[in-house]
Ligand binder design. Structure first.
Ligand code: SF4
Length: 177
């Protein structure tokens, strides 16, 4: 019998960085599977997405870094992204973020599980230009400013952890009212 929580999980889809599910979409073509997350998604409705591929970038691709700020600054037009061979890939990162937001809106997803450290998906990425050394990624910044709650996850992190379950319960109990 399904619990109330699992019914809610089926009803409200979750956006998930595709690389965490074993899709080969990372810049270096290597996998970044979070095996606990793979087990978890059998019980939920989810949308795998890779904003960099949605923006038209290939896999593998040169790594990129935000210059002049972080993801929020890219969205506002103050910062750019340069890749390791000197190409400006700002437009691809912005397009991918917008397409990912479109997917979230189409599916009604308001919660996302996103790969840590990425200049696209990371809630805290070192691949940016902030005095603190860490800033938000481009898609994570766009999601956050559009009211999508983000839970950051690394390749080998255990999942679901207490923090995620708390966030999930709080978020979806409000949504279900
Ligand atoms: S972190 Fe995000 S942009 Fe990077 S490979 Fe994974 S899904 Fe794609």
């Amino acid at each position: 019998m399904q619990t109330e929580t699992s019914l809610l999980q089926k009803r409200f889809p979750i956006m998930i960085s595709a690389c965490l599910l074993g899709i080969i979409c990372r810049y270096d073509g290597r996998e970044a599977t979070c095996s606990d997350l793979v087990d978890y998604v059998s019980s939920v409705s989810f949308i795998p997405f890779c904003p960099e591929q949605l923006g038209g970038l290939s896999t593998p691709r040169p790594p990129a870094k935000i210059i002049g700020g972080d993801g929020r600054d890219v969205i506002s037009g103050k910062a750019r992204l340069l890749n390791a061979v000197g190409d400006d890939v700002t437009d691809a990162f912005r397009k991918g973020a917008e397409e990912a937001l479109n997917l979230a809106r189409l599916s009604g997803a308001s919660l996302a599980i996103m790969k840590d450290r990425s200049p696209s998906c990371g809630l805290k990425t070192p691949f940016c230009d902030k005095s603190t050394g860490l800033g938000i990624g481009v898609t994570a910044g766009l999601f956050e400013s559009n009211g999508i709650k983000i839970f950051g996850l690394g390749k080998d992190d255990p999942f679901p952890c207490r923090n995620f379950l708390q966030l999930f319960e709080e978020f979806y109990s409000k949504s279900a009212r």
